[in-house]
Design a protein around this ligand. Structure first.
Ligand code: AMP
Ligand code: GLY
Length: 428
């Protein structure tokens, strides 16, 4: 099979890396890709949003399976277009991707089908929203309805902040139409978990649960980012809780969409809050998480290709089980100086050769490009240094040992990735 992965991040590097090892893959393509991906896949400079260009490329290269990484093309209906042309593509149709692209759609679906989530109200009028929050006591959460590159949720601690957020979103339109409507919801205290599952329209096969580290600084301080690191599995789940998530959240959501005539295929990603011993959905994503995919895929023993094909064909039930490697997988993201606001670019990355050939360590590239035989930084999140270990301590130590071998001007990383797994007793 010829496979095309769309995207350019660490998530896509992990997917290309895993797929390129599959005996079923003849040619591996990635658009636009990055420096690391170009070592294992043929990269072409087509924008992920250029559906017509991608369609043409797919036909020319005789691509048998397309795998979509990021949310924007999914929300824009790339799967609908490719399906209509009979080209197998992994990901949900636009009406399915709305579970991520519209918080209102997602929250209303959950309310209607009794999927546990924070109580909420929806507003499209600034005056009404203002009146509502003035009668509320912080903390609460204001969320833009549409896609805002992960920046549309505000945990409100005081009233002045709430009023300013509402004004920015609904009056000043800092995110355009995406922020004109908002969801205002209750704050849920607890521990966050990412629960990703393969879906084929009817059933799911879960991946091991993981945990992201969204804030920029250690101890979850500073601004939110796309994610500064992740690890899997998490120690906070027992069998009962996992069953509740699988049946009471994930399968129920797939079924609720099916009732609306949406066959949800691809990855359903539940961003969960484990609060008071129960799981609640903070948000759904319609795709693989980044950076969660890096440690999850590094832990995957089974071939990824048949699983993706089974999702597309609606035959996930034929895959009896996915095998996962023993132990813990940890990914530490190395970012550029200035990330997330204004990352520096063009810095020479040193030390990657020292990591080549290490069995339990893999460096997934995100914002890198190749110049001759060297790699330069080209974005905010640059590398995802991923390690497998027998215990949390072991995997964390291996990941940071590898991080210490890498060097570029202004590089920054959190020093506490995985720490919550070690202090679980204090959390729950
Ligand atoms: P979201 O974009 O919806 O994932 O929200 C971004 C972050 O805001 C989440 O990862 C949580 O840390 C926090 N958050 C969002 N909604 C809530 C909530 N209802 N209660 C507590 N924290 C929340
Ligand atoms: N790691 C968060 C996300 O993929 O949205």
């Amino acid at each position: 099979m010829n496979v095309l992965v769309i995207g350019s991040g660490g998530r896509e590097h992990a997917l290309c890396w895993k797929l390129s090892m599959s005996t079923g893959v003849d040619r591996m393509y990635c658009v636009p890709g990055n420096g690391g991906i170009s070592d294992i896949a043929e990269c072409h400079d087509i924008n992920a949003g250029d559906t017509a260009g991608l369609l043409e490329f797919t036909k020319k290269m005789k691509v048998d399976l397309v795998v979509v990484g990021p949310e924007n093309p999914l929300a824009g209906g790339i799967v609908d277009v490719f399906e209509a042309k009979g080209i197998p593509i992994f990901g949900p149709v636009a009406r399915g991707a709305a579970i991520e692209a519209s918080k209102i759609f997602s929250k209303e679906l959950m309310r209607a089908s009794s999927v546990p989530t924070a109580p909420f109200e929806v507003f499209d009028d600034h005056g009404n929203a203002l009146g509502y929050i003035r009668a509320k006591k912080p903390p609460f959460v204001i969320k833009a309805d549409g896609l805002c590159a992960g920046k549309g949720a505000y945990v409100i601690r005081d009233m002045a902040e709430a009023e300013s957020v509402l004004k920015e979103l609904m009056v000043n339109g800092i995110y355009g139409e995406a922020g004109r409507k908002v969801v205002i919801e209750e704050f849920l205290p607890g521990v966050e978990a990412s629960y990703l599952a393969f879906a084929d329209g009817n059933t799911i096969l879960p991946m091991p649960a993981s945990q992201d580290h969204k804030p920029l600084l250690d101890n979850d301080l500073g601004p939110n980012t796309g994610g500064m690191g992740a690890y899997t599995p998490i120690p906070f789940l027992n069998d009962g809780l996992e069953r509740e998530i699988r049946d009471g959240i994930m399968l129920k959501t797939i079924a609720a969409m099916r009732e609306k005539g949406i066959s949800y295929k691809g990855v359903l990603y539940g961003g969960l809050m484990l609060s008071g011993g129960k799981p609640y959905v903070i948000e759904f994503n319609a795709r693989f998480g980044d950076p969660e995919t890096q440690p999850i895929i590094f832990k995957m023993e089974s071939d990824l290709l048949p699983v993706l094909v089974a999702c597309v064909e609606g035959k996930l039930r034929d895959i009896e089980e996915i095998q996962w490697k023993e132990g813990v997988s940890v990914c530490v993201v190395i970012a550029s100086k200035g990330y997330p606001e204004n990352p520096e670019k063009g810095k020479l990355i040193r030390g990657l050769d020292r990591l080549a050939g290490m069995r339990d360590v893999m460096v997934f590239h995100a914002g890198t490009r190749k110049s001759g035989s060297e790699y330069l930084t080209s974005g905010g999140r640059v590398l995802g240094v991923t390690a497998l270990g027998s215990t949390y301590e072991d995997a964390i130590q291996k990941a940071y040992e590898a991080v210490n071998l890498i060097d570029f001007e202004g590089m920054y990383y959190r020093r506490d990735i995985g720490k919550k797994a070690l202090t679980v007793g204090q959390i729950l």
